[in-house]
Every structure is written in C-alpha cells, then in structure tokens.
Design a protein around this ligand. Structure first.
Ligand code: TRP
Length: 448
C-alpha cells in the first residue's frame, strides 16, 4: 500500500492517548500488583524503574522510529529496512506473539467484565456467602461462563479495530482514557482515607533489599516492563507507522513511559492500602484483583461503588490494550494478504478467541494440564510470552536498532540527530539494552 493511502492518527493527542491506551492495561493493575507483591514490594519497584528507563524508553523510541520512518506495520517495517538479510523476519515473531498474548489477555479481561457486572448489579453477596476465593475458583472453573465473557471481550475488541485507526482506535481512546485517569484519581483520593494507607505505601515503596539478591526479581521486573509498556511485539512499531512525520517522537516516548509507570504505582497505592486496611495478605498471586479486592469492597463502606469504579477502570484499561494487540495482527494481514480491515479483524479476532479457549478451560475441565513448575495453561502462556519471548524479541530489536540499522538513519528516524540524547539512545540500544537483557535472561535460565 502506498504511503499516502495509509491510515493516520487524526492528531498528536490522539496518538498519545491511543499509545497510552495500549500501554496502560491489565499489566498495570492486575499483573503489576501481584508481581510486585511476590518480588519484594519496594525493591521490585526500584528494579522496575531502572528497567523502564534504561531498557523500556530506548526501545519504545526505537519502535516508534521503525514504524514512522518505514510507514509500514511491524513485519513489513523490518522487511523494508533489511530486505536481503535474515533480520527481515524479525517483525513476524512479534505479530504471532501479540496474538498469543491477546488470546489469554481476553480471558482475564473477561473475568473483569464478570466482576464489573457483579458490582454494578450489586450482586456480590452470593460471592461473599460462598467465600470470595471459592466463588472465584468456581466461576473460572465453569466450562462455559468465563468463555462467554472472553467472547464478549473479543467482540468489543474486534468492533473497535474494525472502526479503523482514527475512527475506531483513536476515537475510543480519546473517549475512554480521560475517564480512566479520572477514575484512578478518584480511587486514589479514596485510598488516602483508608486506615491501612501508610502500610500500603510502605509495602510498595519500602525496599526489602534482600529481594535484590534473587535473579528472578530482575527477570520479573524486565518482563513486567516489557509487558506493561507494550514493547517488543510490534505494537509500537505499528502505532508509530500511523504518526505524521512532523511529530516529535522522543517526547512521546518519555511521556508514555512516565504515564504508564505512574499509573501502575498509583494503582498499587489504590490496591495495597485497601488490602492492608482489611488485614489481608498482598502476596496472593494473580488472584489479588479477583479475590482479595472483592472481599475488601464487600467490607468497605460504599464498597459497591468503589468496586464498580475499580472494575470499570480495569475494563477500560484492558479493552484499549486488547485493541492494540489485535491491531498489530490486523495491520499485518491487511498489508501482507491484502485483506480488508473488516475481514482481518473478524477473521483474526475469531482465531485468537479460539486460541484463548484452552487458557480458560485450564482453570476447569483441563486443570490437569500443567507445565513449567506446575503452572496452568494460562500461566504457562503468560510466562512464556512475558518472561521469555518479550525479552528475547526485545533483545533482537535492540540489536537491530544498534547494529543493523545505519546509525545516521536510526538517529534521524528517532528525531535525535547528533545530540547528546542521540548518543545516549544509540549507546543504549547498542550496548546497555542487549547486555542487560541477555544477562537477566541467562541468569534466570541458569537458576531456573
Ligand atoms: N501493555 C498492556 C498492559 O499493560 C498489554 C499490552 C498491550 C502488551 N500491548 C502489548 C503486552 C504488547 C505486550 C506486548 O496490560
């Protein structure tokens, strides 16, 4: 497709909000809270911040630059820049893994919709009566109900992506992202009034230095940074390809990194004080958002409202991220196979829905199927995607940016010609990022 026929973001604000929509997702709330809880709270946060700014920002900027300078979706961007070498296949892995992530992401987003509907209809008593842990387990073990919710998520995602870049993704982001910010702010203000506020703050911000000696903490922080910023899967290449040439990329990359990180921290400041205020334990794993919090909301004064607001927030965050994951695959199919947007969204949406069904069944009829340390199907998919494939692909993209792409072209594409920032960026993608990611991957593979 010729460059002038490509879809574009309608405005710089639209681009920022859509990209933030991709970055801010279940990863910031559902994933960040339990990964931080399991990896030493404040110490994890410290390692996480280092990963975001040393690894995340340079890669994010590089991905934007790849997309904008080629005006191609992820897979075609690499083919355009390295037509004769093996590097041309680099974008393809991202497209496939984005589909894999969306497959299980939609399952969890489906749980969010279920809990949203429970809180909206004020019918959490049933869950309270059965005990929240049991009720949650019972719900996700059901062979059909969670799949119906997962289907709903995929249908909504397909509907947005079918609408196109400007009139679907951008329009929805412009509508929902400000609402998301307001909801988070309201919840944060409410959180300050809780008796356990300072205990929650201490948990999130006070480092437990011993955690720094565990290699898994670094891997978890790295995986989380990639996941949360939506890196290494070509999402940001594809979103970057809809950016007009005159937009400044470095500022956008830094804004998104700060926004995404702030969102995760504030979400932590909503979750942990609530958990401590009711004497519960934060290190409960992925169930934190669906077991501990509903219990908190049930006990809290006005908790039905707070709970509804929390799950609306989570649903918005999940939808705009799911949209970005589908868009990568859709843009790929449109370019490669010449499919229409509608056909690509519907076809790939259906395929990814089917791929996600086993992840859901893994909590019920297929609970016997486990791997990699006794993990169920969804957790295996998440572990492989976030802790192995994301860092691995991120490493390869960094090597591409720092060693394959010509220095001058890369810097120009990043809007960083021959400045100190430019030298810093180039050094990062050439040395810091590959080394750091390689060391973390090898060390954690070593220790298991
Ligand atoms: N960043 C999103 C979240 O935090 C998920 C997501 C969107 C993602 N696009 C991605 C994860 C690309 C990995 C790669 O929930």
């Amino acid at each position: 497709m010729a460059a002038h026929m490509r879809e574009r973001w309608g405005s710089g604000r639209g681009f920022l909000l859509a990209t933030l929509g991709s970055a801010v997702g279940l990863g910031n709330v559902w994933r960040f809270s339990y990964v931080a809880g399991e990896n030493g709270g404040g110490a994890f946060l410290l390692v996480y911040l280092v990963m975001v700014f040393l690894v995340g920002v340079p890669l994010l900027l590089g991905e934007f630059a790849l997309g904008r300078s080629t005006q191609r979706e992820s897979a075609a961007a690499f083919e355009t820049l390295a037509p004769a070498s093996r590097w041309r296949h680099l974008g393809l892995l991202g497209v496939i893994v984005a589909g894999l992530i969306l497959a299980y992401y939609a399952v969890i987003a489906g749980w969010v919709l279920k809990y949203l509907s429970l809180h909206l209809m004020g019918s959490t008593q049933e869950f309270a009566a059965a005990g929240f842990a049991n009720a949650f387990r019972g719900f996700i073990a059901h062979p059909l109900e969670p799949i119906a919710w997962q289907f709903t998520v995929m249908a909504l995602t397909v509907a947005v992506v079918t609408g196109g870049v400007e009139r679907g993704i951008e329009a929805v982001s412009k509508l929902l992202m400000p609402a998301l910010g307001l909801l988070l702010l309201a919840l944060a203000i409410h959180s300050v009034t809780l008796p356990g506020f300072w205990q929650g703050v201490a948990f999130l911000l006070q480092p437990d230095w011993r955690a720094l000696t565990r290699p898994q903490v670094y891997l978890a922080a790295l995986g989380q940074a990639f996941f949360s910023m939506g890196l290494a899967m070509g999402v940001m290449v594809t979103y970057g390809s809809y950016v007009a040439p005159q937009r400044r990329l470095p500022r956008a990359a830094v804004t998104i990194a700060i926004g995404d990180t702030l969102f995760a921290i504030v979400a932590g400041l909503v979750i942990f004080p609530a958990v401590f205020s009711f004497g519960l334990d934060p290190a409960q794993g992925p169930a934190l958002a669906f077991v501990v919090l509903p219990e908190v909301f049930a006990q809290m004064k006005g908790g039905a409202w707070v709970g509804a607001a929390f799950f609306v927030l989570l649903a918005i965050a999940a939808l705009t991220s799911a949209v970005s994951l589908l868009e990568v695959a859709v843009a790929f199919a449109m370019h490669r196979f010449g499919w229409s947007r509608k056909r690509a969204s519907l076809g790939l949406g259906a395929l990814i829905f089917v791929l996600g069904v086993p992840a859901s069944l893994g909590f019920g009829p297929w609970a016997g199927l486990t791997g990699i340390g006794g993990r169920g199907i969804l957790d295996v998919m998440d572990f492989v995607a976030a802790n192995i494939l994301l860092p691995l692909n991120g490493l390869l993209i960094a090597v591409f940016l720092g060693w394959v792409w010509r220095r001058r072209d890369a810097l120009a594409a990043c809007d960083l010609p021959s400045s100190r920032l430019g030298r810093f960026w180039y050094f990062s993608v050439r040395y810091t990022v590959p080394l750091l990611v390689a060391v973390v991957l090898v060390r954690s593979a070593w220790t298991g």
